[in-house]
Ligand binder design. Structure first.
Ligand SMILES: NC(=O)C1=CN([C@@H]2O[C@H](COP(=O)(O)OP(=O)(O)OC[C@H]3O[C@@H](n4cnc5c(N)ncnc54)[C@H](OP(=O)(O)O)[C@@H]3O)[C@@H](O)[C@H]2O)C=CC1
Ligand SMILES: O=C(O)[C@@H]1CCC=N1
Length: 281
């Protein structure tokens, strides 16, 4: 279904580059089929063109009209300006994918003032290595075929779940922001390894292989994480001593708080944008 489809990224930031890198690496999308626009940062477009061979765009309206898939990838607070620029140029047979945290499909449909197919997606930066966990939900004018196209695009870059739109804020808090929690854990483990006397250059591969191995065990054995944890934990051994320290710091409630707060923040971002839209009407 992807053959020859053209992609127009509006917003050339981190998630855009992760997706471009991932999509091109699959070979299913060619550099000439990827068009990218920014608000003002031309150096960034030049970099992306030189590095990936993509097509930098100045005339967003013309390019949006001429592309199969338009990906909104600016900050949520910049969505109005972007939609205003695109108003009236996207038709029913095109697909708009929004990766914006918190922004409802209805707001995008309204901003484009026509019956446009919108899919709201929440990928993560692991798109770059084809290991994203992506949540999708469709807007009111999106056909099953258009949703299937969005699924196909994101499935090239990892796992996809299709959810009710109200769950996308939670997907954002869990797996959209999720890589940052893991990187933070890696940072903390490396620093702790150093404190225990292991030089950074040795701590890094030890931590990374531990992370990879644990992920692989979870995926390949199908065991519950509790079971795998118990297999590591000898009675009165080292792991138990370490886990006790994590529990003293309320490890699980802390993680829960972080994910719930990120989820709430996604909802807040949506509300800010909706309130601003209402104020402008
Ligand atoms: N980073 C992540 O891990 C993820 C981010 N997201 C979502 O993706 C979106 C982008 O995030 P991220 O890539 O991190 O952000 P960045 O700040 O890295 O990039 C945003 C880009 O949008 C551009 N931009 C702003 N307004 C316009 C406009 N009107 N037309 C064209 N381009 C515009 C900016 O251009 P300029 O520099 O010229 O102003 C900038 O390059 C956010 O809404 C976020 O919620 C979703 C999943 C994961
Ligand atoms: O931090 C953010 O708001 C975005 C959304 C998910 C990941 N990054």
């Amino acid at each position: 279904m992807l053959d020859g489809k053209t992609f127009f990224f509006i917003g050339a930031g981190n998630i855009c580059e992760s997706m471009i890198k991932g999509l091109l690496s699959t070979g299913s999308v060619r550099p000439g089929e990827v068009r990218v626009a920014n608000r003002s940062n031309q150096e960034r477009l030049t970099f992306l063109r030189n590095y990936y061979g993509i097509v930098p765009v100045q005339d967003k309206k013309a390019m949006a009209a001429a592309s199969d898939v338009i990906i909104l990838a600016m900050k949520p607070q910049d969505v109005f300006a972007a939609l205003t620029e695109l108003n009236g140029c996207i038709g029913k047979n095109q697909l708009v994918i929004s990766v914006l945290a918190g922004v409802p499909t209805a707001l995008i449909e309204e901003g484009l003032s026509c019956e446009v197919a919108v899919v709201r997606a929440m990928p993560n930066t692991s798109c770059a290595v084809l290991e994203s966990a992506t949540g999708l939900s469709r807007g009111r004018y999106t056909t099953p075929e258009q949703l299937a196209l969005a699924e196909e695009i994101f499935r090239l870059m990892g796992e996809v779940v299709v959810v009710e739109e109200h769950l996308l804020d939670a997907v954002t808090g869990l797996s959209g922001s999720g890589p940052a929690y893991i990187y933070y854990l890696v940072e903390a483990m490396e620093k702790a390894g150093e404190a225990a006397g292991i030089p950074r250059e040795l701590a890094r591969p030890l931590v990374l292989k531990t992370l990879m191995g644990a992920a692989k065990m979870l995926m390949e054995t199908g065991e519950q994480p509790e079971v795998l944890r118990q297999q590591v934990t000898s009675p009165n051994g080292t792991t138990m001593a370490g886990l006790n320290e994590l529990n003293k710091g309320n490890f699980q409630p802390l993680i829960r708080r972080a994910i719930l707060r990120a989820t709430q923040r996604s909802k807040e971002l949506g509300k800010i944008i909706i309130d601003r839209q209402l104020a402008n009407q």
